[in-house]
Design a protein around this ligand. Structure first.
Ligand code: ADP
Ligand code: MG
Length: 347
């Protein structure tokens, strides 16, 4: 088995208010599966994906990934797992706009300590795998939206992850580019990559081998009804000494450790938290300043609404990035910086 979720609850803290988002999700994904999770906007898809991707922790419940109890591991281990075992594809690509396709794809390898010559070779092969062998030197601004997403897929698979997670990967693309992306996913899955994809587009979901539906933080059963967790939290007697902050969280009896003290309620610049905004570029580290625009030459891509303002650390008034250390994009930015410095010392 690839992964198993048991009674996963997620409650965000919005100021002092608790926002229950996932209400007890249980799910297993086998090796080689191609699973699609469908649901309307706001149903908790991205929240679930972030937990599966070790970008965020559940409030309670168990998550076993390749036999490892993820709820029990350190932040450091979580980021190792992300690097080694998981490939991410997001709706808005998150490519570094000043780097070539090849450099973007090679970034995870740089992070993994692979030397330049080798990583360029592996990255080139990954780009060939997504049909972009002739675009290695192009920057994201010189590529179409569909091509950008293919670069992002090449980056996601360059480390040979066990599992590929895609959060609305075609959401910002025209139908034809979306179909191309689905073809790539299909052939990756045929090559043995486990895929979990999220969408709200039925045509896209039709490509998966198995589809699950999510509504209001619960998966739906074959009868279309929400699958309630076995021990409904309301029916449970109150745990012996609930901490005040956990009192209203469903099913707190399984809380392993006070995750909410480790993870800020809303991770700033969390991939997938933003509405698609190609104009904003891909540099979340740039704070509120718009990053150099990723020009999308595809006229069919309609401009997206501006992203919600992300909350700042109330003390420092800075994004809470450093506290979480969990944004893959922050990691990528750091990798890029390290790469520019490292390049002088290598070879
Ligand atoms: P989806 O991806 O299905 O559109 P999300 O998982 O992004 O849904 O969000 C589900 C619900 O959780 C929404 O109501 C959203 O407002 C809320 N939510 C998501 N992230 C946060 C957060 N960091 N803090 C508070 N509420 C959040
Ligand atoms: Mg989402």
């Amino acid at each position: 088995m690839m992964l198993e979720l048991r009674d996963i609850y997620k409650t965000y803290l919005q100021g002092k208010m608790e926002v229950p988002v996932l209400g007890g999700i249980s799910l297993t994904v086998s090796e080689g599966e191609y699973l699609e999770i469908m649901g309307p906007s706001g149903s908790g898809k991205t929240t679930l994906m972030n937990i599966i991707g070790c970008l965020d922790s559940a409030t309670s419940g168990e998550y076993i990934l390749e036999g490892e109890d993820i709820a029990a591991v350190s932040e450091k281990r979580m980021s190792e797992v992300r690097l080694k075992s998981i490939g991410f594809v997001f709706q808005s690509f998150y490519l570094l706009s000043r780097q070539s396709a090849l450099e973007n794809v090679a970034l995870p390898l740089l992070y993994a300590g692979v030397r330049k010559r080798e990583r360029n070779e592996i990255a080139r092969r990954a780009l060939e795998r997504v049909g972009l062998g002739d675009r290695t030197d192009f920057k994201p601004t010189q590529l179409s939206g569909g091509q950008c997403q293919r670069v992002a897929i090449a980056r996601a698979i360059v480390n040979n992850p066990k599992i590929l997670l895609a959060d609305e990967p075609t959401g910002a693309l025209d139908t034809r580019s979306g179909e191309q992306i689905m073809e790539i996913f299909k052939s990756l899955n045929q090559e043995g990559v486990t895929i979990v994809m999220i969408t709200h587009e039925p045509e896209i979901a039709a490509h998966a081998k198995r589809t699950l539906h999510i509504r209001d933080g619960l998966l739906l059963g074959p009868d279309g009804r929400p699958i309630k967790p076995k021990a409904a939290p309301q029916a449970e007697p109150a745990p012996p000494a609930p901490k005040p902050s956990q009192a209203a969280i469903p099913a707190p009896q399984k809380v392993k450790k006070p995750r909410q003290s480790l993870v800020p309620p809303k991770l700033p610049h969390m991939p997938g938290r933003h509405k698609p905004d190609p104009e904003k570029g891909q540099s979340p580290e740039s704070g509120q300043e718009p990053a150099p625009a990723l020009r999308d030459p595809d006229p069919q891509v309609s401009p997206a609404p501006a992203p919600k303002q992300e909350p700042l650390n109330p003390k420092t008034q800075k994004p809470q990035e450093e506290i979480s250390g969990q944004s893959i994009i922050a990691s990528l930015e750091r990798m890029a910086a390290a790469g520019r410095e490292g390049a002088d010392h290598e070879e």
